[in-house]
Write a protein that binds this ligand. Structure first.
Ligand code: SAH
Length: 377
Protein backbone atom coordinates (compact mmCIF):
# COMPACT_ATOMS: atom_id res chain seq x y z
CA UNK A 1 0.00 0.00 0.00
CA UNK A 2 1.15 3.51 -0.80
CA UNK A 3 2.84 4.88 2.38
CA UNK A 4 1.00 8.22 2.27
CA UNK A 5 -2.32 6.39 2.01
CA UNK A 6 -1.33 4.05 4.83
CA UNK A 7 -0.43 7.05 6.99
CA UNK A 8 -3.72 8.77 6.29
CA UNK A 9 -5.69 5.58 7.02
CA UNK A 10 -3.86 5.09 10.29
CA UNK A 11 -4.62 8.70 11.24
CA UNK A 12 -8.26 8.23 10.26
CA UNK A 13 -8.62 5.14 12.44
CA UNK A 14 -7.05 7.06 15.29
CA UNK A 15 -9.45 9.92 14.69
CA UNK A 16 -12.44 7.61 14.64
CA UNK A 17 -11.40 6.06 17.94
CA UNK A 18 -11.15 9.59 19.30
CA UNK A 19 -14.58 10.41 17.88
CA UNK A 20 -16.31 7.72 19.84
CA UNK A 21 -14.34 8.14 23.06
CA UNK A 22 -13.67 11.86 23.52
CA UNK A 23 -17.16 13.05 24.25
CA UNK A 24 -18.11 12.03 27.77
CA UNK A 25 -21.51 13.60 27.22
CA UNK A 26 -22.01 11.44 24.14
CA UNK A 27 -22.16 8.27 26.18
CA UNK A 28 -25.11 9.44 28.27
CA UNK A 29 -26.78 11.89 25.90
CA UNK A 30 -25.63 11.43 22.32
CA UNK A 31 -28.27 13.70 20.83
CA UNK A 32 -29.45 17.25 21.32
CA UNK A 33 -32.35 19.16 19.78
CA UNK A 34 -31.70 22.62 18.34
CA UNK A 35 -35.32 23.33 17.39
CA UNK A 36 -34.92 21.81 13.91
CA UNK A 37 -32.50 18.92 14.08
CA UNK A 38 -31.41 16.13 16.32
CA UNK A 39 -27.71 16.91 16.60
CA UNK A 40 -25.40 13.93 17.03
CA UNK A 41 -22.58 14.69 19.41
CA UNK A 42 -20.47 11.67 18.36
CA UNK A 43 -20.42 13.24 14.89
CA UNK A 44 -19.13 16.48 16.34
CA UNK A 45 -22.39 18.28 15.61
CA UNK A 46 -21.93 21.37 17.76
CA UNK A 47 -23.23 24.39 15.89
CA UNK A 48 -21.52 27.73 16.42
CA UNK A 49 -24.29 30.24 17.05
CA UNK A 50 -22.78 33.54 18.22
CA UNK A 51 -22.91 35.93 15.20
CA UNK A 52 -20.04 38.07 16.52
CA UNK A 53 -17.75 35.04 16.75
CA UNK A 54 -18.81 33.82 13.30
CA UNK A 55 -18.11 37.28 11.79
CA UNK A 56 -14.74 37.44 13.53
CA UNK A 57 -13.71 34.05 12.13
CA UNK A 58 -14.49 35.21 8.58
CA UNK A 59 -12.65 38.49 9.19
CA UNK A 60 -9.58 36.66 10.53
CA UNK A 61 -9.58 34.30 7.54
CA UNK A 62 -8.51 37.22 5.30
CA UNK A 63 -10.53 36.09 2.27
CA UNK A 64 -9.54 37.95 -0.91
CA UNK A 65 -11.69 38.72 -3.94
CA UNK A 66 -11.77 35.70 -6.23
CA UNK A 67 -10.69 33.17 -3.59
CA UNK A 68 -11.92 29.59 -3.70
CA UNK A 69 -12.95 28.72 -0.14
CA UNK A 70 -13.20 25.24 1.36
CA UNK A 71 -15.38 24.56 4.40
CA UNK A 72 -15.36 21.21 6.20
CA UNK A 73 -18.55 20.36 8.09
CA UNK A 74 -20.87 23.29 7.25
CA UNK A 75 -23.69 21.93 9.42
CA UNK A 76 -26.76 24.10 9.00
CA UNK A 77 -24.65 26.83 7.35
CA UNK A 78 -24.04 29.43 10.09
CA UNK A 79 -20.48 29.99 8.85
CA UNK A 80 -21.26 29.12 5.23
CA UNK A 81 -23.66 32.03 4.70
CA UNK A 82 -20.95 34.43 5.84
CA UNK A 83 -18.38 32.84 3.55
CA UNK A 84 -20.86 33.13 0.67
CA UNK A 85 -21.36 36.82 1.48
CA UNK A 86 -17.57 37.43 1.53
CA UNK A 87 -15.50 38.47 -1.53
CA UNK A 88 -14.81 34.77 -2.22
CA UNK A 89 -15.63 33.61 -5.75
CA UNK A 90 -16.74 30.13 -4.67
CA UNK A 91 -17.36 28.08 -1.54
CA UNK A 92 -17.05 24.28 -1.55
CA UNK A 93 -18.43 22.60 1.56
CA UNK A 94 -17.87 18.95 2.51
CA UNK A 95 -20.59 17.51 4.76
CA UNK A 96 -21.20 13.93 5.86
CA UNK A 97 -24.81 14.30 7.06
CA UNK A 98 -27.47 14.42 4.32
CA UNK A 99 -29.84 16.49 6.49
CA UNK A 100 -27.15 19.17 6.85
CA UNK A 101 -26.41 19.07 3.12
CA UNK A 102 -30.08 19.84 2.43
CA UNK A 103 -30.20 22.56 5.10
CA UNK A 104 -27.11 24.44 3.89
CA UNK A 105 -28.15 24.12 0.24
CA UNK A 106 -31.61 25.55 1.00
CA UNK A 107 -30.12 28.39 3.02
CA UNK A 108 -27.79 29.43 0.19
CA UNK A 109 -30.74 29.34 -2.25
CA UNK A 110 -32.84 31.53 0.07
CA UNK A 111 -30.07 34.12 0.03
CA UNK A 112 -29.76 33.95 -3.76
CA UNK A 113 -26.15 32.71 -3.37
CA UNK A 114 -26.59 29.10 -4.49
CA UNK A 115 -24.47 29.76 -7.61
CA UNK A 116 -21.40 30.28 -5.41
CA UNK A 117 -21.85 27.08 -3.38
CA UNK A 118 -20.91 23.48 -4.15
CA UNK A 119 -21.73 20.91 -1.49
CA UNK A 120 -19.87 17.62 -1.53
CA UNK A 121 -21.65 14.90 0.40
CA UNK A 122 -19.16 12.61 2.10
CA UNK A 123 -16.46 12.13 4.69
CA UNK A 124 -13.90 14.95 4.42
CA UNK A 125 -11.09 12.49 5.16
CA UNK A 126 -12.04 10.11 2.36
CA UNK A 127 -13.21 12.42 -0.42
CA UNK A 128 -10.94 14.13 -2.90
CA UNK A 129 -11.03 17.79 -1.91
CA UNK A 130 -11.38 20.41 -4.65
CA UNK A 131 -8.61 22.98 -5.14
CA UNK A 132 -8.92 25.91 -2.75
CA UNK A 133 -7.10 29.06 -1.67
CA UNK A 134 -8.32 29.19 1.91
CA UNK A 135 -10.02 26.71 4.19
CA UNK A 136 -12.28 28.23 6.84
CA UNK A 137 -14.05 25.75 9.10
CA UNK A 138 -15.49 24.91 12.45
CA UNK A 139 -14.66 21.26 12.03
CA UNK A 140 -15.89 18.20 13.95
CA UNK A 141 -13.06 17.87 16.47
CA UNK A 142 -12.84 14.11 16.17
CA UNK A 143 -11.29 14.45 12.69
CA UNK A 144 -8.76 17.17 13.65
CA UNK A 145 -5.65 14.97 13.34
CA UNK A 146 -6.42 13.20 10.06
CA UNK A 147 -7.81 16.37 8.49
CA UNK A 148 -4.73 18.42 9.38
CA UNK A 149 -2.48 15.59 8.16
CA UNK A 150 -4.42 15.60 4.90
CA UNK A 151 -4.14 19.37 4.51
CA UNK A 152 -0.46 19.57 5.44
CA UNK A 153 0.90 16.52 3.66
CA UNK A 154 -1.61 16.03 0.87
CA UNK A 155 -1.30 17.45 -2.62
CA UNK A 156 -3.16 20.64 -1.75
CA UNK A 157 -1.51 24.03 -2.20
CA UNK A 158 -3.50 26.61 -0.29
CA UNK A 159 -2.69 29.96 1.33
CA UNK A 160 -4.17 29.49 4.78
CA UNK A 161 -6.45 27.20 6.77
CA UNK A 162 -8.31 29.03 9.55
CA UNK A 163 -9.75 26.32 11.76
CA UNK A 164 -11.67 26.21 14.99
CA UNK A 165 -10.19 23.36 17.06
CA UNK A 166 -10.41 21.93 20.53
CA UNK A 167 -8.37 24.31 22.67
CA UNK A 168 -5.82 21.77 23.95
CA UNK A 169 -5.30 20.43 20.44
CA UNK A 170 -4.86 23.97 19.09
CA UNK A 171 -2.25 24.75 21.74
CA UNK A 172 -0.34 21.56 20.95
CA UNK A 173 -0.46 22.29 17.23
CA UNK A 174 0.90 25.82 17.71
CA UNK A 175 3.53 24.89 20.32
CA UNK A 176 7.25 25.63 19.82
CA UNK A 177 10.26 23.51 20.84
CA UNK A 178 10.72 23.73 24.60
CA UNK A 179 7.02 24.45 25.28
CA UNK A 180 5.30 22.05 27.64
CA UNK A 181 2.85 21.04 24.88
CA UNK A 182 5.48 20.56 22.15
CA UNK A 183 5.08 17.21 20.44
CA UNK A 184 5.26 15.30 17.16
CA UNK A 185 2.15 16.97 15.74
CA UNK A 186 3.67 20.45 16.19
CA UNK A 187 7.09 19.38 14.90
CA UNK A 188 5.54 17.90 11.75
CA UNK A 189 3.31 20.92 11.25
CA UNK A 190 6.27 23.29 11.60
CA UNK A 191 8.09 21.43 8.86
CA UNK A 192 5.58 22.58 6.25
CA UNK A 193 3.60 25.43 7.81
CA UNK A 194 3.54 28.34 10.22
CA UNK A 195 0.83 27.93 12.82
CA UNK A 196 -0.52 30.63 15.12
CA UNK A 197 -3.32 30.92 17.64
CA UNK A 198 -5.80 33.63 16.67
CA UNK A 199 -8.38 33.65 19.47
CA UNK A 200 -10.14 31.56 22.08
CA UNK A 201 -13.83 30.67 21.78
CA UNK A 202 -15.84 29.53 24.77
CA UNK A 203 -17.84 26.30 24.65
CA UNK A 204 -20.90 28.43 25.55
CA UNK A 205 -21.00 29.73 21.96
CA UNK A 206 -22.10 26.31 20.64
CA UNK A 207 -25.39 24.40 20.52
CA UNK A 208 -25.34 21.87 22.10
CA UNK A 209 -22.64 23.00 24.55
CA UNK A 210 -19.62 20.67 24.15
CA UNK A 211 -17.41 19.55 27.02
CA UNK A 212 -14.35 21.39 25.68
CA UNK A 213 -13.44 24.98 24.85
CA UNK A 214 -12.11 25.96 21.43
CA UNK A 215 -9.43 28.10 19.82
CA UNK A 216 -9.08 29.47 16.33
CA UNK A 217 -5.77 28.76 14.60
CA UNK A 218 -4.26 29.87 11.34
CA UNK A 219 -2.15 27.38 9.40
CA UNK A 220 -0.11 29.11 6.72
CA UNK A 221 1.65 26.77 4.30
CA UNK A 222 5.33 27.41 3.63
CA UNK A 223 6.54 27.79 0.07
CA UNK A 224 8.39 24.48 0.05
CA UNK A 225 6.39 21.39 -0.82
CA UNK A 226 6.12 18.64 1.81
CA UNK A 227 8.33 16.34 -0.26
CA UNK A 228 11.13 18.94 -0.21
CA UNK A 229 10.61 20.15 3.33
CA UNK A 230 13.21 17.86 4.89
CA UNK A 231 16.24 18.27 2.61
CA UNK A 232 18.43 15.20 2.27
CA UNK A 233 15.86 12.74 3.62
CA UNK A 234 12.53 11.43 2.38
CA UNK A 235 9.33 12.65 3.99
CA UNK A 236 8.45 9.10 5.11
CA UNK A 237 11.86 8.72 6.73
CA UNK A 238 11.30 11.98 8.63
CA UNK A 239 7.78 11.01 9.76
CA UNK A 240 9.00 7.65 11.09
CA UNK A 241 11.99 9.25 12.81
CA UNK A 242 9.71 11.68 14.62
CA UNK A 243 7.35 8.89 15.58
CA UNK A 244 10.24 7.05 17.22
CA UNK A 245 11.56 10.19 18.97
CA UNK A 246 8.23 11.34 20.36
CA UNK A 247 6.37 8.08 20.87
CA UNK A 248 7.21 7.52 24.52
CA UNK A 249 6.64 11.14 25.40
CA UNK A 250 3.19 10.85 23.87
CA UNK A 251 2.42 7.61 25.70
CA UNK A 252 3.42 9.16 28.99
CA UNK A 253 1.30 12.25 28.36
CA UNK A 254 -1.71 10.17 27.36
CA UNK A 255 -1.44 8.11 30.52
CA UNK A 256 -0.95 11.37 32.45
CA UNK A 257 2.31 10.05 33.87
CA UNK A 258 4.41 12.78 35.35
CA UNK A 259 7.61 11.01 34.35
CA UNK A 260 10.09 13.24 32.61
CA UNK A 261 10.51 12.87 28.88
CA UNK A 262 13.40 10.54 28.04
CA UNK A 263 16.66 11.80 26.58
CA UNK A 264 17.67 10.70 23.09
CA UNK A 265 20.50 8.69 24.67
CA UNK A 266 17.96 6.68 26.71
CA UNK A 267 15.46 6.28 23.86
CA UNK A 268 18.06 4.90 21.49
CA UNK A 269 19.67 2.62 24.07
CA UNK A 270 16.59 0.42 24.59
CA UNK A 271 17.01 -3.09 23.26
CA UNK A 272 13.69 -3.22 21.40
CA UNK A 273 14.44 0.11 19.80
CA UNK A 274 17.89 -0.96 18.63
CA UNK A 275 16.50 -4.28 17.30
CA UNK A 276 13.69 -2.51 15.51
CA UNK A 277 16.10 -0.12 13.80
CA UNK A 278 18.40 -3.01 12.93
CA UNK A 279 15.47 -4.80 11.31
CA UNK A 280 14.62 -1.67 9.33
CA UNK A 281 18.13 -0.79 8.23
CA UNK A 282 19.64 -2.19 5.05
CA UNK A 283 22.39 -4.78 5.34
CA UNK A 284 24.99 -6.04 3.01
CA UNK A 285 23.76 -9.59 2.79
CA UNK A 286 20.40 -11.32 3.11
CA UNK A 287 19.20 -13.27 6.08
CA UNK A 288 18.36 -16.87 5.45
CA UNK A 289 15.80 -19.01 7.18
CA UNK A 290 16.53 -22.52 8.45
CA UNK A 291 15.46 -24.03 5.11
CA UNK A 292 17.75 -21.65 3.22
CA UNK A 293 14.94 -19.39 1.99
CA UNK A 294 15.42 -15.65 2.20
CA UNK A 295 13.66 -14.17 5.21
CA UNK A 296 11.86 -11.03 4.07
CA UNK A 297 9.61 -8.48 5.64
CA UNK A 298 11.36 -8.30 8.98
CA UNK A 299 11.71 -4.60 8.50
CA UNK A 300 8.18 -4.04 7.31
CA UNK A 301 5.81 -2.65 9.89
CA UNK A 302 2.12 -3.01 9.37
CA UNK A 303 -0.44 -0.29 9.98
CA UNK A 304 -0.97 -0.72 13.66
CA UNK A 305 2.58 -1.32 14.58
CA UNK A 306 4.02 0.13 17.68
CA UNK A 307 7.78 -0.02 17.92
CA UNK A 308 7.71 -0.92 21.60
CA UNK A 309 5.26 -3.75 21.20
CA UNK A 310 7.91 -5.51 19.17
CA UNK A 311 9.43 -7.80 21.67
CA UNK A 312 9.81 -10.42 19.03
CA UNK A 313 13.00 -12.11 20.02
CA UNK A 314 12.41 -14.77 17.37
CA UNK A 315 13.53 -12.22 14.81
CA UNK A 316 16.84 -11.81 16.60
CA UNK A 317 18.09 -15.11 15.18
CA UNK A 318 18.40 -13.17 11.96
CA UNK A 319 21.32 -11.19 13.33
CA UNK A 320 24.55 -12.36 14.89
CA UNK A 321 25.49 -11.14 18.36
CA UNK A 322 28.42 -9.20 16.88
CA UNK A 323 26.11 -7.58 14.37
CA UNK A 324 23.75 -6.44 17.12
CA UNK A 325 26.57 -5.07 19.28
CA UNK A 326 28.12 -3.25 16.31
CA UNK A 327 24.78 -1.73 15.37
CA UNK A 328 24.12 -0.62 18.92
CA UNK A 329 27.50 1.10 18.97
CA UNK A 330 26.78 2.72 15.64
CA UNK A 331 23.54 4.21 16.99
CA UNK A 332 25.16 5.41 20.22
CA UNK A 333 28.19 6.76 18.33
CA UNK A 334 25.97 8.77 16.01
CA UNK A 335 24.22 10.42 18.95
CA UNK A 336 27.59 11.13 20.55
CA UNK A 337 29.03 12.78 17.49
CA UNK A 338 25.87 14.85 17.06
CA UNK A 339 26.30 16.00 20.67
CA UNK A 340 22.67 15.15 21.43
CA UNK A 341 22.88 12.25 23.90
CA UNK A 342 21.44 14.23 26.80
CA UNK A 343 18.87 16.19 24.82
CA UNK A 344 15.11 15.56 24.94
CA UNK A 345 13.32 15.51 21.57
CA UNK A 346 10.75 18.14 22.56
CA UNK A 347 13.53 20.68 23.13
CA UNK A 348 15.05 20.34 19.68
CA UNK A 349 14.28 22.44 16.63
CA UNK A 350 13.44 20.68 13.38
CA UNK A 351 16.86 21.73 12.04
CA UNK A 352 18.58 19.89 14.86
CA UNK A 353 16.37 16.82 14.47
CA UNK A 354 16.99 16.86 10.74
CA UNK A 355 20.75 17.09 11.26
CA UNK A 356 20.59 14.03 13.52
CA UNK A 357 18.43 12.09 11.08
CA UNK A 358 20.82 12.82 8.20
CA UNK A 359 23.71 11.64 10.34
CA UNK A 360 21.86 8.42 11.24
CA UNK A 361 21.09 7.80 7.57
CA UNK A 362 24.68 8.50 6.56
CA UNK A 363 25.75 5.78 8.97
CA UNK A 364 23.22 3.33 7.65
CA UNK A 365 20.60 3.67 10.40
CA UNK A 366 17.18 3.85 8.76
CA UNK A 367 13.79 4.60 10.22
CA UNK A 368 11.53 3.92 7.29
CA UNK A 369 10.75 0.23 6.91
CA UNK A 370 13.19 -1.45 4.61
CA UNK A 371 14.05 -5.00 3.70
CA UNK A 372 16.53 -6.69 1.47
CA UNK A 373 14.14 -7.22 -1.42
CA UNK A 374 12.83 -3.66 -1.43
CA UNK A 375 15.78 -1.45 -0.63
CA UNK A 376 14.77 1.98 0.54
CA UNK A 377 18.00 3.77 -0.23
N1 SAH B 1 -19.62 24.50 10.86
C1 SAH B 1 -20.95 24.39 11.46
C2 SAH B 1 -21.22 23.01 12.00
C3 SAH B 1 -20.17 22.43 12.88
S1 SAH B 1 -20.65 20.88 13.51
C4 SAH B 1 -21.11 25.45 12.51
O1 SAH B 1 -20.13 26.06 12.90
O2 SAH B 1 -22.22 25.67 12.97
C5 SAH B 1 -19.63 19.80 12.54
C6 SAH B 1 -20.25 19.39 11.24
O3 SAH B 1 -19.35 18.49 10.60
C7 SAH B 1 -21.58 18.65 11.35
O4 SAH B 1 -22.49 19.16 10.45
C8 SAH B 1 -21.23 17.19 11.01
O5 SAH B 1 -22.30 16.49 10.39
C9 SAH B 1 -20.08 17.38 10.06
N2 SAH B 1 -19.16 16.23 9.99
C10 SAH B 1 -18.86 15.34 10.97
N3 SAH B 1 -17.93 14.46 10.54
C11 SAH B 1 -17.64 14.81 9.26
C12 SAH B 1 -16.74 14.29 8.29
N4 SAH B 1 -15.97 13.24 8.56
N5 SAH B 1 -16.70 14.89 7.08
C13 SAH B 1 -17.48 15.97 6.80
N6 SAH B 1 -18.34 16.51 7.69
C14 SAH B 1 -18.41 15.95 8.90
Amino acid sequence: MNPALRRTRRAVRLGRRLCSSSSAAAASDPEAWDGRFRLHRPRGQHLLTNPRVLDEIVRRAGIRPGDAVLEVGPGTGNLTVRLLASPAATVAAVEIDRRMVDAVTARAADLGLAHKLTVITGDAIDVELPEFDVCVSNIPYCISSPLIAKLLFGRYRFRTATLLLQREFARRLAAAPGDREYNRLAANARLVADVRLLMDVSKREFVPVPIVDSSLVEIRLKETRPTEAAPGVSLDEWLEFLRVCFEQHQHQRQKKKTKKEKTLGTIFKQREMVMELLRRSPRAEGCHGKDGSVVVGLGALDDDDDVHDHENDDDDHCFSKEEIVAFKERVAGTLQSAGLVDMRPSRLSNDELLRLLRLFNKRGVRFQSCNILSPCL
